[in-house]
Design a protein around this ligand. Sequence first.
Ligand code: NAP
Length: 282
Amino acid sequence: MAQIIDGKKISAAIRAEIAEEVKAMKAQGIYPGLAVIIVGENPASQVYVRNKGKACEEVGIYSEIIAMPEETTEETLLAKIDELNRRKEISGILVQLPLPKHINEASVIAAISPDKDVDAFSEVNVGKIMIGNHRFLPCTPAGVMELITRSGIEIQGKNAVVIGRSNIVGKPQAMLLLHANATVTICHSRTKNLAEICRTADILVVAIGKADFVTVDMVKPGAVVIDVGMNRKANGKLTGDVDYASVSEVAGYITPVPGGVGPMTITMLLKNTLTAAREQNA
Ligand code: NAP
């Protein structure tokens, strides 16, 4: 039976460290601050944004939630970002995605100063991750790395398989595992022999967005299985991309959903906000 990697517990430990760090920074006159912009009324986005504000408050980071109406023009949003780029008390800026269809996401991401891009989505920060000279780490993949390392699992020399190649999760995840000296394979919807490749994985990270997709026959006994997926079932229950009940019988370690990767993403955002504040006050 797999050992459960408890994301809630690990996240709470890191947030306690962050709270201490915030105290120390404030004693040096550095006040980290995060601005979160939300455009429109997407209910899931509203929950995420509220949780980000709450998390900031808990660790002593100043936060501003800027709620803009659905009909906001791209020009107005870019002007708001420009204002936040200039404000000294704002160390990090995050624009909650998805944006309404009439706004170009790429233009918005590009407008955020790379020094304040705490989601690490901008071309500059993605490039820095690629060459291993990062300023901010992408939040979800960085959270996965913390879950693995804080569970005492060695990454170096291991075969890691990442399913999913999105810019937000799959690709940066593969890069972080590579920087940690794993041998990395990236799989996607056109991959042939997916199950066979997955069975080579000592570490399997799944970020697809399909409920219970990874079944026990795809997992090597003893493997570390990290489930990034967040899917709502018809009954409203949250479930991952991994068939937890069967896979946990053979895996060595496994993350549950909820309570695995989910809590780590905001925690890594808080960490990036501290990094931004420190750099801006260096
Ligand atoms: P995405 O942009 O939709 O990407 C999904 C990826 O999965 C794509 O690369 C796609 O391949 C691949 N894929 C889809 N079906 C597949 C199949 N049958 N076999 C192999 N690969 C397949 O999704 P995302 O933004 O990366 O998110 C993935 C999941 O993680 C979602 O459930 C999301 O809600 C969750 N998520 C969780 C957190 C968190 O904090 N826990 C954060 C972000 C995302 P192609 O490229 O070939 O289409």
